[in-house]
Design a protein around this ligand. Structure first.
Ligand code: ZN
Ligand code: ZN
Length: 361
């Protein structure tokens, strides 16, 4: 460890131990001297007893609770992306689902990754933690050179250190990282040279796109000492011909009606639909499919795509539960099924995102 890294590590440890939020701005309502909080409902800071109750109930009841098509060897089909087309494409809007919260979005002549995760486990070490249950449809090095990376928050299933290092080392130079406050410091410490830090409702041009960082209802943590010390949120990316909202992770909140009012709708929203049971524990931090449909309406998305499912088994519902729960939620809300779709891993859709076939057939 060099002197600079040692100094940074010592300062970070000092900040953690003394409870300092280095990005604290007393004029912002969601800032506290020692952390960030949500605009509605304060911080998510569940007592350890809740976590222990969830784990105890899991071990008592066994998993998965409902019968699932995913058990007994069933696996999701994985598409082979048309990599030559993706590498050549610079003018068509396209979206490719890599898995979990990772999307390759092509818009504004740019190749954009959301919460890029190309590792086998969503954990700091690769011998422990939630394992990838559905294989990667492509390696990072097979994709076109990435121009822009949007990070939603610091949780391990969204911010993967090995993937960040691979992006920093990619041929053709580093991408620009869009980072919530605090996450920008982590990225720079890992070697990222082109980092754009954003607070909620900040807006600026990046690589020709209008970029806005928006509040969602969640939390952050990577270690025992840094809970809610870095910010979380969603990204609105706008090119002249296409607008895209990446929600990241969230519970349901009034933030989404506000996003809908401020932006007047988006062409496509990527909204989480998985990792939501048991509700007594998850509701404050992860929406279920019915709440995802509410957000689709609140933000006035012309189309939405479900993410954050079918890849890492993080919670109690079966990995394939959103396949049934999302269409049921759409029907109950009177939203056409084609307006909020699920994709196969590796599948690419091009504007205007009309479903070419039923997903997961
Ligand atoms: Zn999270
Ligand atoms: Zn997550």
């Amino acid at each position: 460890m060099g002197l600079r890294r040692a100094t940074v590590a010592a300062l970070c440890l000092l900040a953690a131990c003394t409870g300092i939020n280095p990005d604290y701005d007393p004029t912002r309502t969601h800032h506290r001297p020692d952390r960030f909080v949500n605009l509605s409902g304060g911080p998510i800071d569940k007592p350890l007893s809740d976590l222990l109750r969830w784990w105890w109930e899991r071990s008592r009841d066994g998993l998965p609770k409902p019968p699932s098509a995913f058990v007994d060897g069933y696996r999701f089909p994985v598409d082979q992306p048309d990599l030559a087309w993706l590498r050549a494409n610079r003018d068509r809007v396209s979206v490719t689902w890599i898995g979990h919260a990772t999307l390759l979005v092509q818009m504004g002549g740019l190749n954009i990754l959301t919460d890029p995760h190309f590792s086998q486990r969503a954990f700091p070490v690769q011998w422990l933690g939630p394992r990838r249950k559905t294989p990667l449809p492509a390696e990072l090095a097979q994709l076109p050179r990435i121009d822009l990376v949007a990070i939603s928050h610091s949780h391990f299933d969204h911010l993967d250190r090995d993937t960040v290092h691979a992006l920093i080392a990619q041929a053709g130079g580093q991408p620009v990282f869009l980072a919530p406050l605090g996450v920008h410091r982590w990225l720079r410490d890992e070697g990222a040279a082109r980092v754009e830090a954003f607070d909620w409702w900040q807006s600026r041009q990046v690589l020709g796109l209008r970029v806005d960082f928006v509040p969602v209802h969640h939390w952050s943590q990577r270690s025992a000492l840094d809970r809610n010390r870095t910010l979380w949120g969603g990204w609105v990316l706008r090119a002249p011909d296409f607008s895209f909202l990446f929600v990241g992770d969230t519970g349901y909140s009034p933030d989404f009606a506000e996003i809908g009012a401020r932006f007047g709708g988006v062409d496509l929203a990527a909204i989480p639909v998985g990792a939501y049971e048991p509700r007594w524990f998850m509701k404050d931090q992860h929406i279920d499919p019915a709440e995802a449909v509410r957000i689709h309406r609140d933000v006035r998305a012309r189309r939405s795509v479900g993410i954050h499912w079918g890849t890492f088994e993080l919670t109690d519902e079966p990995l394939d539960a959103p396949l049934g729960a999302l269409p049921a939620a759409l029907d109950a809300a009177g939203v056409p099924r084609g307006d909020f779709f699920l994709m196969r891993h590796g599948e690419t859709r091009r504007l205007p995102f009309q479903p070419t076939q039923d997903p997961k057939q």
